[in-house]
Design a protein around this ligand. Structure first.
Ligand code: 5GP
Ligand code: MN
Length: 340
């Protein structure tokens, strides 16, 4: 965080504010962890603050301290609109443009005309709606950035055990349990400090990763069975249809991590999952890579998405089968990049 940004934030915090804190749609561990940690920090500073999520998030994150105070824009629509109308500042976390917040986009566009926005985010190509921007694509997670933010603005002593648990969770989930390339020595130093400050690391791994239902494990079986391996492109992809999800009592978050199985195959550097969502009329896509192939650029160019070099998302309005065929047809243009 540069000095100018720190100064601007300190000035903001020197007077009472009505803060609204927003993560991206379909919030993940990093999105919920970073917004809640910041929420605790502001509350402890005597500020009025509310976390508003665009839509619901997985059950395996609902144990997080402060989770019961989060408002859901889909469920508590009027209350959320009131909060945004009365806000004096909006913090947007873990996303890079307002198109990433679903139905919240319109009220936020309106608010951005009147009040300052603060962005804390590690995605590529941030847009310029925020007056105060802390954007760093080198960071493992937005949670790592919130740690830096609190350190710079008020000192690490202000990190309570609740905040430490939230931040630990987001760093853990966004780094694939500390293994992705974005994981640095600094990430580990921060994680070590969070454990010292009360993050119960063993318990957190257990709560996030060991909550399978038999139906979810069986759905994973279906996904693995559907996997198609394209050795010449070092690519593996999975499809899941709405019928397959329905047959396994699909709950939000059930397919989290499925995409990564492709990358566990020796020689595979590009893994994709296509998941049909009949309600939204789209195929939601997750892309993962190992090495230099940028899935961010791939998602941006062909699937109306984006993200990071090695983890990105996107969508398609074609059918599941057409989407998969279209995807396969694109690969020949990337053969040189994928075959290294
Ligand atoms: P996931 O595949 O886990 O949903 O997302 C992987 C990464 O890509 C995350 O950092 C997420 O924020 C980003 N991402 C996922 N879907 C989209 C999308 O539709 N558009 C953009 N710009 N980023 C996305
Ligand atoms: Mn993130």
């Amino acid at each position: 965080m540069n000095l100018e940004t720190v100064k601007a934030v300190k000035e903001l915090l020197s007077t009472p504010q009505n803060m609204v804190i927003i993560p991206h749609k379909n919030p993940d561990g990093d999105a919920i962890g970073s917004t809640l940690a910041l929420w605790h920090f502001f509350k402890n500073n005597g500020q009025d603050a509310t976390v508003i999520v665009p839509n619901d998030y997985p059950k395996f994150l609902k144990w997080m301290p402060g989770s019961d105070q989060i408002l859901n824009f889909e469920k508590e629509n009027h209350q959320c609109k009131d909060k945004i109308e009365n806000a004096t500042v909006v913090f947007t976390l873990d996303f890079n443009h307002l198109g990433r917040v679903g139905q919240l986009e319109e009220p936020l566009e309106e608010a951005a005309k009147k009040i300052p926005f603060v962005m804390i985010d590690h995605h590529q190509a941030p847009s310029d709606y925020a007056k105060i921007m802390y954007s760093d694509v080198e960071m493992s997670s937005t949670c790592q950035m919130v740690y830096n933010f609190i350190e710079a603005v008020d000192g690490v002593e202000k990190i309570t055990s609740e905040m430490a648990s939230c931040l630990y969770t987001g760093i853990m989930t966004d780094t694939g349990s500390f293994k992705f390339r974005s994981t640095t020595g600094e990430t580990h130093r921060i994680v070590a400090d969070l454990i010292d400050r009360g993050a119960e690391n063993t318990e957190i791994h257990h709560r996030v990763f060991d909550t399978n239902t038999p139906a979810r494990l069986k759905l994973l079986g279906v996904a693995l069975n559907n996997m198609k391996i394209l050795e010449q492109f070092k690519t593996a992809y999975i499809t899941l249809s709405q019928d397959e999800l329905d047959a396994h009592n699909y709950q939000k978050g059930d397919t989290e991590g499925f995409v990564n199985y492709g990358l566990t195959l020796e020689g595979i550097n590009f893994a994709v999952i296509f998941i049909e969502n009949k309600e939204e009329g789209i195929i939601k896509i997750s892309f993962r890579s190992i090495g230099d192939f940028s899935v961010n650029e791939f998602a941006r160019s062909h699937f109306n998405g984006g993200g990071h070099n090695n983890a990105a998302g996107g969508r398609s309005e074609k059918s599941l089968q057409e989407t998969a065929l279209y995807f396969e047809s694109l690969l020949k243009d990337y053969k040189n990049q994928l075959a290294v």
